[in-house]
Ligand binder design. Structure first.
Ligand SMILES: NC(=O)c1ccc[n+]([C@@H]2O[C@H](COP(=O)([O-])OP(=O)(O)OC[C@H]3O[C@@H](n4cnc5c(N)ncnc54)[C@H](O)[C@@H]3O)[C@@H](O)[C@H]2O)c1
Length: 325
């Protein structure tokens, strides 16, 4: 079976591509390298450097490699940037997304796994976030991801295209010699590790007066390899239907807890100062993964925060400055 990994030179796509190869699948990585790294493309995968909006190239690639499944990781995914340039997010996450679905129809590929996000829920009415909660995004990033979810719904209803939506919370950790290297980096674990490596002075905590036990925001972290495995299970078990799963860990950690755990693992003091709250940051976002555990027998191998940070720390020590390409 051949899987086209759209955005496979990025963080989550590259690890999933490597895990697919390990499990014996053929992999085509398709990425324009706008925000990805050539060095993150696993050897063993065919690499196509092109934009997913390039309809002809995508159709030819899907046909040439007899692709059965598309895993769609490619997107713009910075909340702050989306609040400044919503047009960029509608273009890449919705308009280009539509071209992918049309190219799949033209090439006769009938199943897609989509990287969606907890940001489609906005500020949830209750925790942990289950799949049945209403989705009210509070920024263009979440809104455009939800728009693509809705597009999938109608392509399924009217064109018979099957899909699985996986809504991630915070992907973290490293695997298969691949790790997290975003520019700009906005995720707390790589930022903390950059401090531990002396690449950054310290870290700012955005508010410590939230209604949480230690006053800092609570988020849900999931190991990148557990995420990759969820994609593969979905592809193997749910390819003949349309389904949606939240992929949290069920357990949240506060910003202060993440900082403390990183201090323990790295042995570095990691100076932290408290700054103002960021607009639109909900106090807590924790996802329930009960549905995917029940239906797909998904069993996270690295549920605890320490092993997630430890794997990221090992990768960052071996790759100071990131991929450097
Ligand atoms: N990282 C997280 O914690 C997280 C959480 C929730 C959801 N997600 C979603 O998961 C997906 C992957 O996230 P990531 O952190 O790996 O992102 P990433 O930026 O590291 O990877 C995205 C990749 O897609 C490529 N790409 C983007 N637009 C493209 C286009 N038009 N044509 C070809 N290639 C294109 C980029 O070059 C990049 O390599 C995204 O869709 C994101 O919204 C991520």
């Amino acid at each position: 079976m051949t899987v086209l990994v759209a955005g496979g030179a990025g963080y989550i796509g590259s690890v999933t591509a490597a895990e697919l190869l390990r499990q014996g699948y053929e992999v085509v990585v398709y990425d324009n390298l706008d925000r990805g790294h050539r060095r993150a493309t696993p050897p063993g995968a065919v690499f196509v450097e092109a934009d997913l909006g390039d309809f002809r190239t995508l159709v030819v690639t899907l046909k040439k490699h007899a692709v059965d499944t598309v895993m769609h990781f490619a997107a713009h995914s910075l909340v702050g940037e989306s609040m400044e340039k919503p047009e960029l997010y509608y273009e890449n996450n919705v308009v280009v997304g539509k071209r992918i679905l049309d190219a799949m129809r033209a090439a006769g590929v009938n199943y897609l796994v989509f990287s969606s996000t907890c940001a489609t829920f906005g500020e949830p009415a209750r925790l942990p976030i289950t799949e049945d909660l209403p989705q009210h995004p509070t920024n263009p990033y979440g809104e455009t991801k939800l728009a693509f979810e809705r597009m999938l719904h109608w392509y399924h209803q009217l064109h018979g295209l099957n899909y699985t939506v996986l809504r991630y919370f915070n992907a973290a950790g490293a695997a298969h010699g691949l790790g997290e290297d975003h520019d700009p980096e906005t995720h707390i674990i790589p930022l903390l590790l950059q401090v531990a490596l002396g690449e950054r002075e310290g870290i700012t905590i955005f508010g410590d007066d939230y209604p949480t036990p230690d006053g800092t925001c609570i988020r849900d972290y999931i190991h990148i390899l557990d995420l990759a495995q969820a994609h593969i299970l979905a592809m193997e078990k749910k390819r003949d239907t349309a389904s949606h799963y939240n992929l949290g860990n069920g357990a949240g950690y506060s910003v202060k807890e993440v900082i403390e755990a990183t201090r323990r693992i790295t042995g570095h003091a990691i100076p932290a100062k408290v700054g103002a709250r960021r607009p639109g940051d909900p106090p807590a976002l924790v996802g329930s993964a009960e549905k995917i555990k029940r239906e797909l027998d998904w069993r996270p191998q690295y549920p605890d925060l320490e092993s997630i940070i430890q794997s990221a720390w090992e990768w960052h020590q071996r790759h100071p400055g990131g991929y450097q390409d």
